[in-house]
Design a protein around this ligand. Structure first.
Ligand code: AVJ
Length: 306
């Protein structure tokens, strides 16, 4: 139940000044369910826009990337997006990679049913380092797929490291299709991360519930409020859990205090201008080839080659 890495990140994160816990710990079962609900919210445009881009431009993507590659997806195959790509690209094999085995096996099984002839080869692994792909795809050219603007959780240095690791995993001659959210007005961004129904608030606060569930902790969850902020200098949305009063609590035998108005920084979601997106890819060892965006330029799908 207790992942030692979760425990270490939470304890170190709460000691840090200002306190900060990495966003990857949002995704326990409950957190994954809440994230799925976020993707359906009227305010949360990224999933809708990216899915529509894949549906509309799938044939153009297949034209540019070539058909019959092995598609390697980084992060648990999201139910709605992947079929559009698979239908268009008609891959020789599909390898979804995720650290969370449960989710991975469920979505791989569902895709296997929808694409009967396709070799679906799920890989439970940490894709932040170069890893060995299944032997079945050894001789196939690869198309990496990294949707959702998940890269936005990382600062520039970590994003470059990840892109380089992906280049290492995918090998020579590979291509990468990556989704990147655009910089846009805070009037659109803030509601996308602070929705009227409170689902994003529940998603953020679930991190505290998870700490209480898994780390022998007594964090008073109702003393914290969800906050989404636009950090213009860093071009990112930040999520915080802000203390509404002075709080004291224990996690795994260690005592912590947070003063009223102080908080825990729980997520960065970087947004990219067109030039910044291309620069980041180049720094990570990829050459942008083509990109597709919606009419309002809210979200971009970029195809790059190694
Ligand atoms: C899964 C990291 C792409 O940053 O938009 C959604 C996570 N956090 N609402 C994002 C998230 C709050 C999401 N990513």
């Amino acid at each position: 139940m207790t992942d030692p890495a979760f425990r270490a990140d939470v304890l170190a994160g709460l000691r840090a000044d200002p306190p900060a816990i990495p966003a990857r710990w949002f995704y326990d079962r409950r957190g994954s369910e809440l994230f799925e609900r976020i993707t359906d919210l009227p305010e949360y445009y990224p999933t809708r826009v990216e899915t529509a881009l894949l549906a509309e431009y799938g044939p153009a993507i297949a034209e540019a990337a070539g058909r019959g590659r092995a598609v390697i997806e980084f992060g648990s195959g999201s139910s709605a997006k992947t079929p559009h790509l698979l239908r268009a690209v008609a891959p020789a094999a599909y390898v979804p990679i995720d650290i969370s085995g449960d989710f991975l096996r469920d979505s791989a099984a569902a895709l296997g049913r929808d694409f009967p002839g396709l070799a679906v080869l799920p890989l439970e692994a940490d894709f932040t380092r170069p890893l060995a792909l299944p032997a079945e795809v050894a001789d196939l050219p690869r198309l990496g797929f990294f949707p959702g603007s998940t890269i936005g959780n990382l600062d520039a240095a970590a994003a470059v490291d990840l892109l380089r690791a992906m280049a290492g995993t995918l090998g020579d001659g590979a291509m990468l299709l990556i989704g990147m959210d655009r910089v846009k007005s805070p009037a659109i961004l803030i509601p996308a991360y602070d929705d009227a129904a409170g689902v994003t608030a529940a998603f953020n606060l679930n991190l505290l519930h998870r700490i209480n569930r898994e780390l022998e902790a007594d964090v008073p969850v109702d003393a914290f409020a969800h906050e989404a902020r636009w950090n213009d200098a860093a071009a990112r949305i930040e999520m915080h859990l802000v203390a509404r009063r002075d709080v004291a609590f224990t996690v795994a035998g260690q005592d912590f205090r947070i003063a009223e108005g102080g908080g825990i920084h729980t997520e960065n979601s970087h947004k990219y201008g067109a030039r910044d997106a291309r620069l980041l890819l180049r720094a990570g060892g990829w050459t942008p080839v083509t990109e597709w965006t919606d009419a309002a330029d809210q979200f971009a799908l970029i195809l790059a080659e190694a």
